[in-house]
Design a protein. Structure first.
Length: 163
């Protein structure tokens, strides 16, 4: 039996890249472009990560949620049918954010109802993110908290699907 080896055959390398991408999508149901660059472009090239994301957007594997924010489309679903977890969207959008008011109660499981507006305190404002039937508003921390540099007073960190 004769085996022909083609120089430059990078099939194992391509499988490694595909596995890295699949692992990233499995562990990051919602992510920012910054996270994608960190995991999908080891060289740190933003353009390389953007090309990969464009490919997966065109293939229907990802859905853009707004500027530099993406969600993974589960297999068997369409991008139009995906409605990501608003808490994961807010966390990916602003990792420094603190959920406030009714949103904090919902996240803790202490709310008696679900609202369609989620509020997050952040260091600098950002436009709201609109999802199907839900909006996420980013507000600057209240002045008394900023003046005393206690933005995290009375808060605690919670994990939700790896975030």
């Amino acid at each position: 039996m004769t085996v022909c080896v083609v120089e430059g055959d990078n099939t194992p390398h391509m499988n490694t890249k595909r596995k890295l991408t699949n692992d990233f999508f499995d562990t990051h149901p919602v992510f920012s472009l910054e996270e994608a660059v960190r995991y999908l472009a080891p060289s740190g090239k933003k353009s390389s990560a953007i090309e990969k994301l464009k490919y997966h957007l065109a293939a229907g594997r990802l859905k853009s949620l707004g500027r530099e924010l993406y969600t993974v489309v589960p297999s068997g679903a369409t991008a139009d049918s995906v409605n990501p977890d608003p808490f994961l969207v807010a966390a990916a959008s602003r990792p420094d954010g603190v959920f406030a008011y009714h949103s904090a109660l919902e996240l803790l499981g202490a709310a008696h109802s679900s609202w369609n507006t989620h509020t997050v305190f952040v260091d600098s404002r950002r436009r709201p993110v609109m999802l199907k039937g839900t909006s996420i508003k980013f507000l600057v921390h209240p002045t008394p908290l900023l003046d005393n540099n206690v933005q995290n007073l009375g808060t605690r960190k919670l994990e939700r699907r790896g975030r």
